[in-house]
Design a protein around this ligand. Structure first.
Ligand code: ZN
Ligand code: ZN
Length: 173
């Protein structure tokens, strides 16, 4: 499988590298980094001052050259009635997205004494693995350690691991 990472907006080289390493290690796939894309016109909701996640998924699916494609953006995303989302993907789709915007909050819920930079990198890794999991047909998993656990706040993101649990693994690997 080839996964194409599509940076949308101004994204650091480190984030691209973290995303690519995590995907390779969990899915044993090839990963390419696409040329940076401008934020899709029309994605911005002026009233909320946030961006519609669906538009980034559409963009990733359209320009990405992988069987699966993931947009990564520093913009703050929302989806329907949810105040914000860290990421979004459709089950079995070929496009997906994550936002780094809300992953930067320094608090890690007191789990570790890791630096803010490391915590942020871990979150990016987990979120890309999570969204690509959805594109492979995985739904949310009840195992709190599994990367497919639903994590509406960074606290849940920090609790889970970067890997798929045994039963999720058996479904896709
Ligand atoms: Zn999810
Ligand atoms: Zn699982």
């Amino acid at each position: 499988m080839l996964v194409d990472v599509v940076p949308v907006g101004d994204l650091s080289a480190k984030v691209k590298r973290q995303a690519s390493t995590a995907l390779r290690s969990v899915y044993d796939c090839d990963v390419t980094i696409h040329d940076s894309q401008p934020v899709p016109t029309g994605a911005h909701d002026e009233k909320r001052d946030q961006y519609r996640a669906e538009e980034f998924i559409e963009l990733a699916g359209r320009v990405g050259s992988g069987e699966k494609n993931i947009a990564i953006t520093p913009k703050d995303l929302f989806y329907r009635r949810r105040n914000y989302v860290f990421g979004l993907a459709y089950l079995d789709g070929n496009g997906s997205v994550i936002s780094t915007y809300r992953l930067q909050t320094s608090s890690d819920g007191g789990f570790s004494n890791r630096s803010a930079v490391e915590i942020f990198s871990d979150r990016v890794r987990k979120e890309v693995v999570h969204e690509i999991g959805h594109t492979l047909g995985l739904e949310h998993c009840d195992n709190k350690r599994c990367v497919m656990n639903f994590s509406p706040t960074v606290r849940e993101v920090d609790v889970k691991e970067e890997n798929l649990c045994g039963s999720c693994q058996r479904e896709v690997l």
